[in-house]
Ligand binder design. Sequence first.
Ligand SMILES: [Zn+2]
Length: 169
Amino acid sequence: MKCPYCGYGKTKVIDSRAAEEHTAIRRRRHCANCGSRFTTFERRERAGVAVLKRDGTREPYDREKLSVGFYKACSKREVPEPVIEKSVDRIEEEIMKRPEREITASELGDMVMDELRQIDEIAYLRFASVYKRFDDVSEFQRELGELIPEQGDTGEGPAPGGVDERSGK
Ligand SMILES: [Zn+2]
């Protein structure tokens, strides 16, 4: 499991326990490279929800990918992990409620932005500036002056639920 903060490939499980009334396993991991700690959950696969990408292809909804988008946006922002996991939970619940069992990548991206806006302004801006790409970046800069931190330090954008927003318009 890659470290969500620095991308280092070898992280160590330091604790492992049942969670969510034994429907999940919660693991605490430690990154030997940057010292960060983070949590992963192993869950039953939730069948049948697809993310519809801009290029018209579909891929299965993946909580892990959604979380990575959050963790990247919140990197070094001292956002408590339970706050992030709660946001991901809320989005996931919303998705699972949909009768059509499908969500577009842009709807998912908007949901992430709504959550991040309430969590942390910088995280929100980071995500928004990458996710919205160039169309709206100048708008954001106007709106927020010099608040925009360095972005794209890993060369990768956030990945909400398998969104690859860079690939198509
Ligand atoms: Zn790390």
